[in-house]
Each structure stands twice: as C-alpha cells, then as structure tokens.
Design a protein around this ligand. Sequence first.
Ligand code: PRP
Ligand code: MN
Ligand code: MG
Length: 178
Amino acid sequence: MGADLERVLVTEDEIQAKLAELAEEIAQEYAGKDLLLVGVLKGAVMVMADLLRALPMTAPVDWMAVSSYGSGTKSSGVVRILKDLDADISGKHVLIVEDIVDSGLTLSWIRANLESRRPASVEIVTLLRKPEAAKVEVDVKWVGFDIPNEFVVGYGLDYDEQYRGLRQVGTLAPHVYS
Ligand code: PRP
Ligand code: MN
Ligand code: MG
C-alpha cells in the first residue's frame, strides 16, 4: 500500500509528534471547560483516534458526516448532513477535528451550522491545510502542517475511498491513476 506513494509529505513520526504538541495546547485551552470533540467522517477518524489518545484529559466525542450536493459540485460549498451529531451541543465548547482544510468550504459550512446551535464556543483543529487551495477563509485555531496544493492520501485521506489506512501522508504514484 505504501508502495503506491510517490512522495511522503508528512511522516508517521512527524504526525504523532505534532498531535502530541497540539493535544497539550488543547488541554490547556479547555482545562475546566465542557469540551466536546466533533469529528468529520470519514477523513478525521485517524486524527481523532490519535489526538484523543494524546490528550491529557478526558473528553466526549461525537461525529458528523456531510456530503456536497451533487457529486462533482464540491466547490459549490452547499453541504448536506448525512449523519448529524447524536447530542445537543448548546453550552458546550465544541472543537471540530478534521484531517484537512482544502478549499475550506466543508469546514466553513460545518462551523456555521454548529455555531447556530448555541454552543459556548466553536474552534477547529486540523492536521493538514492547503493554503493555496483556499476558496474561503476559515479561522482554524490549530493547524498541524501547511502543505502544497497537491492531491494527498493517507492518515484518513482517501483516493476513491482507498489509502485511508496509511500511517503517513503523501502523494500517489502516477501508476495508481492509470
Ligand atoms: C475531505 C476532507 C475534508 C474535506 C476538505 O473530505 O476529509 O473533510 O474534504 O475539503 P474542502 O476544504 O475543500 O471542503 P471528503 O469530502 O473527501 O469526505 P471523506 O472525509 O469521507 O473522505
Ligand atoms: Mn472529510
Ligand atoms: Mg474524501
């Protein structure tokens, strides 16, 4: 599976070290607060699993799954909820956990949607961000790595639902596409 990568952009060690750092900062920020981690299915599962285990405090986890309207219209920014949160978030300090901010459309929509539910606060942590791909500005409090605007897979990120299980993040070799 790793042989299908052309170039590794972020190694397993780099990911884990960064998540440990972020977990410390997050724990300080939310000490004594009613924190709820909200993961965005499916890409965020790896970040959630490792961030949660690195977090020196306990916090509940909930999940959302969203999809863009139509299939090829991801850039429309119109999103539909496939799976909503299980519980009410009013009064809670919500931290959205994502694998990547690409155009920013998914997160800006999710953030606005969650903010309308009267939480105490909404912040975002993402492992990856592609600054050059931004179509909307999203205020992301914690970013693991800024990466170039290339198609990447691994550590939750898929190509046609494959490669999510890779422990590193990288670009795919050309032979995979053909
Ligand atoms: C990917 C990724 C982010 C989103 C980022 O999810 O996991 O959630 O796209 O893109 P954006 O910033 O351009 O909106 P995807 O929709 O592929 O679903 P998945 O997590 O199930 O792979
Ligand atoms: Mn996703
Ligand atoms: Mg995807």
